[in-house]
Design a protein around this ligand. Structure first.
Ligand SMILES: [Fe+2]
Length: 525
């Protein structure tokens, strides 16, 4: 397997995409704020360490925001709507701040009598600090730990511990003020508010609001410098941002991750997703363990096993677009909520699509994790021929693990009941029999059939060779990708041809197609 090395900034953009969804921000909000913050840094001729700290802070400010979302949802209902209303708000303006929470309580108590609503508002506002302060402090701590697991510099730890602090000391969680608030925090907060306020009120009003808050939420000198060149600094920041532009903005040296670092980064993403709600704690790790074991049992190539494990870690990343309040409700979802929920594989795929190395394959598997062989899955209604062995294993592992976890609308199934459910799905033509039996065997369930023969009777290495040849690689190209001599590659190819009974590349390609051994995900993602 070729050595893997990807840019850490790719993972940071994946997390930025996810946190934009979870916090109700607009498309590419974190990326646009990164461009603006780096322009401000350039205009001020800041040194490289400060520029690097600003770059990280802009992309990762909200990576802890997923923690304890269920507590916010329990108190305020739709937490994404609440966060959307909090964007660009002057937290020091108590009346404005309280008005947002009153609106949240009004949404939560829709249909209640005026007396009940008045009581709920009174109670909610009185209890707000007890709810919000621990949750926001938790966001800081989780952000710091995730940053550490991504291998980010220790200076970022301190900045992520101050994401809600303000110049005038009226911020959270510690009420720091002035220069006790780190410079990257002060600059990025201003940049992000400039973008949020422009979206909400337009450019002119944004400049008025920032000027009004100078010396309050923000350092006056920083506001003055920003306003002096605001038009130029904000130019072109009203639309999506090219990922390549963000990669180019990263101060040198560009950080890269090897395979072990990527494993840890995907694990961090798994925990980031799962800690949003108590009933999903550990879900992604458990799906990954099952999928990895089942893929190994089926004899998939190492590259596929790794991709399916990483896809399992990240499969529900797109769920962040749906409010926790929706997932936590025991009652049936509305049609609109169902539509939004069924699109989570799409958002997961979008978030991961830019990750280099195996990222595209991982993203394609994430996109397919709820698809079924008969086209009854979601969101693309893909069918069997579009679902590779790895995709089938992921779907089976996810279905089994989810069935044995409790959800607000149902209790957990026993392993035996979950196994029966999966086998019924095989009979109905929805899940792949081989994938299901492999998952169940790895979960300790008695086998119903002998261990399946290796895929088409081929070894993982033979499948790798076959895929390269089927995809049109020459012997020389295959040798390079497999990191072996051309002569050795030629020997592999000839012995493969004789094993599968073909004599040409086209014959081998057709063999691969007929047996579902081509990674369709790559071609159709
Ligand atoms: Fe899912």
């Amino acid at each position: 397997m070729a050595a893997l090395r990807v840019r850490r900034a790719d993972f940071m953009m994946t997390l930025a995409y996810a946190t934009d969804l979870a916090t109700g921000h607009s498309r590419d909000f974190a990326l646009r704020s990164c461009v603006l913050a780096m322009r401000m840094a350039d205009a001020a001729h800041l040194d490289e360490p400060t520029r690097r700290a600003i770059y990280h802070q802009a992309l990762l400010r909200y990576i802890g925001c997923n923690a304890d979302s269920h507590l916010l949802a329990a108190a305020w209902g739709d937490e994404i709507a609440l966060r959307r209303e909090l964007q660009g708000l002057d937290f020091g303006d108590r009346a404005e701040f309280a008005a947002v929470f009153v609106r949240a309580i009004t949404r939560l108590f829709a249909g209640a009598s005026p007396e009940e609503l008045a009581e709920a508002v009174k109670r909610g506002l009185a209890e707000a600090p007890q709810v919000n302060i621990p949750v926001l402090s938790g966001h800081c701590e989780v952000a710091q730990r995730i940053a550490e697991r991504l291998g980010l510099p220790p200076e970022l730890r301190e900045s992520l511990g101050q994401i809600y602090e303000r110049w005038d000391g009226k911020g959270l969680p510690h009420g720091l003020s002035g220069e006790a608030v780190k410079f990257p925090v002060r600059l990025v907060t201003l940049a992000q508010d400039a973008i949020a306020l422009t979206e909400a009120h337009g450019f002119e009003k944004m400049t008025v609001l920032l000027a009004k808050r100078a010396g309050g939420a923000y350092e006056a000198e920083l506001v003055d410098r920003f306003l002096a060149g605001a038009e130029q600094l904000m130019a072109g920041l009203d639309g999506p941002v090219d990922r390549a532009a963000i990669l180019a903005l990263e101060p040198a040296p560009h950080a890269t991750l090897d395979e072990g670092d990527c494993e840890e980064a995907f694990l961090a993403i798994a925990d980031f997703i799962d800690m949003r709600m108590p009933f999903t704690f550990g879900h992604s790790r458990a799906v990954a363990a099952l999928a990895d074991a089942a893929a190994t049992r089926l004899g998939l190539p190492q590259e596929d096993i790794r991709a399916v494990r990483w896809a399992a870690y990240a499969h529900d990343l797109g769920e962040l677009t749906v409010p926790v309040a929706t997932w936590m409700r025991a009652a049936a979802l509305t049609e609109r909520e169902t539509d939004a929920a069924r699109l989570h594989p799409y958002h997961g795929e979008r978030a991961l699509a830019g990750v280099g190395g195996d990222g595209k394959l991982v993203a394609a598997l994430v996109q397919r994790h709820h698809e079924q062989l008969d086209g009854t899955g979601y969101y693309r209604n893909a069918r069997g021929p579009d679902l590779s062995p790895a995709a089938r294993v992921l779907a089976a592992a996810e279905t089994f693990q989810t069935a044995r976890e409790a959800r607000p609308h149902r209790p957990a199934c026993s392993d035996v009941a979950a196994a029966a459910r999966l086998r019924a799905a095989v009979r109905q033509g929805q899940l792949c029999g081989d994938a299901v039996e492999a998952v169940l065997a790895c979960a300790g369930q008695p086998a119903r059939r002998a261990a399946p023969e290796r895929l088409a009777g081929l070894t993982p290495r033979e499948i790798e060779v076959l895929r390269l040849i089927a995809a049109g690689d020459t012997t020389k190209e295959a040798a390079r990708k497999l990191d072996i001599a051309i002569k050795t590659a030629d020997n592999h190819i000839q012995s493969l041809y004789s094993k599968i009974g073909v004599t040409t590349r086209a014959g081998a390609a057709l063999f691969a197609l007929e047996r579902g051994l081509v990674r369709h995900e790559i071609a159709t993602a």
